[in-house]
Design a protein around this ligand. Structure first.
Ligand SMILES: [Mn+2]
Length: 402
């Protein structure tokens, strides 16, 4: 993820990609220092399935360093996956080169893995992808809802089969999966995915046969089995993707895996902070002075910062960027947003915005932001789903499927 970054001429990579690599180094240093027996990477190595060579090299160097010390499972997430099954994922190269210690989880599987402190049963399920079902003639002509239901059944069947296999092994058992659990809180990745995502209920994952369930896909760290065994845990992303994740801690999970006695902890990493500073200066005599005094309250050192300034149209000339920006020189990245009172109405292109529906307002907002037609339609469709889901939740509070 390169947003809020700038190109670092010394290394040829985005400063934000460097942040992710630095966090990865933190995890690897911790794992090696702590003599970990296994590393589970729960998917989505890159933003796209065709990462640029520099990013591939930096990722590969780190995986190699880790794999020299312990086995590493690289689970394949949706961002790593090609649309067609015959094409390679962004991490298949590790399999092709048979890098010792690296297991690429491109197809679901369970196996006994020997580690320096003994064997465990390790199973994994990569992202359940709708496109893969489409190639099966059994599903030809099905609607999107029917496909979604078929895909969910398919994933649940695989999980049940992996659990049956695990039950035959009297040793610690770990399941890794890359998917949405319907009880999980989601954030900005909802927009990143821009499409419908099949979600499974936590009960399909929380089979007591497992000692720990490691999940990838959702950026927000959370445990979704309410503290009951097994822990079902999204480690979350190592860095923030956008301001929606401003208040989320970032890190990884350190697990002491034992049959029936697993313990785990969340270990925070030094992810780059994101800070939103709001300055409503509509009633200020000197708007620039008022903004500067808001800025002085916040530690912006090294942070990705956005300043949202609310002002009157006649104050525009009194907000002086050349005085504001130097006050933010310690920040890693700065964006200034001006919200001008009254202008909001005319910008929406409607004399009476109060008469617009929430969806129409949102459509107008995305238009103003300059989103292209295709993305705008996708965003509005997603918003429609979210609004509809809220209505459903209100009608049937006992339902956990959303
Ligand atoms: Mn994902």
């Amino acid at each position: 993820m390169e947003n809020y970054g700038r190109l670092d001429p010394a290394t040829g990579t985005s400063s934000r990609v460097r942040d992710f690599l630095d966090r990865m180094d933190e995890v690897i240093d911790f794992a090696i220092r702590g003599e970990a027996d296994l590393t589970v990477f729960a998917g989505d190595a890159f933003k796209h399935r065709d990462p640029e060579p520099t990013q591939q090299r930096e990722f590969a160097q780190r995986i190699k360093r880790l794999a020299d010390h312990m086995p590493v499972l690289l689970l394949v997430g949706n961002h790593d996956m090609p649309g067609q099954a015959a094409r390679a994922s962004s991490v298949d190269i590790f399999q092709a080169l048979q890098v010792p210690g690296v297991i690429v989880g491109s197809k679901s599987e369970g196996r006994v893995l020997d580690t320096r402190r003994g064997p465990l049963f390790l199973a994994w399920l990569p992202y359940p992808m709708r496109n893969r079902l489409l190639s099966d003639p059994e599903h030809a002509g099905k609607s999107i809802d029917e496909l979604e239901s078929a895909l969910r059944t398919h994933a649940v069947d695989i999980l049940a089969d992996l659990a049956r296999q695990a039950a035959g092994h009297a040793m610690p058992r770990l399941l890794a999966a890359h998917l949405s659990a319907s009880e999980a809180r989601v954030g900005s990745e909802r927009l990143v995915m821009l499409g419908k995502d099949v979600s499974l209920s936590t009960s399909a994952l929380a089979d007591p046969v497992w000692d720990y369930v490691a999940l990838g896909h959702i950026h927000c760290h959370q445990e979704i089995n309410h503290g009951r065994p097994p822990a079902v845990v999204y480690s979350g992303s190592l860095e923030r993707i956008d301001f929606g994740e401003e208040d989320e801690p970032k890190g990884f999970c350190w697990v002491q895996l034992a049959r029936g006695q697993t313990t785990w902890e969340f270990v925070p990493v030094a992810a780059r902070p994101f800070r939103t500073i709001r300055a409503d200066v509509r009633h200020a005599e000197d708007p620039t002075h008022a903004i500067l005094s808001e800025l002085a309250k916040v530690d912006v050192a090294g942070a990705v910062v956005r300043v949202v300034i609310t002002l009157r149209a006649d104050q525009a000339a009194a907000v002086r960027d050349r005085e504001i920006l130097p006050a933010l020189s310690a920040a890693a990245n700065v964006s200034l947003y001006r919200q001008i009172e009254d202008e909001v109405r005319t910008r929406l292109g409607h004399e009476n915005p109060e008469s617009l529906t929430p969806i129409e307002l949102l459509e107008g907002f995305f238009r103003l932001r300059g989103e292209d037609d295709e993305r705008r339609r996708a965003l509005v469709a997603l918003a429609g789903e979210i609004l509809a889901a809220d209505v459903q939740a209100g009608e049937a509070p006992s339902s956990t499927e959303g």
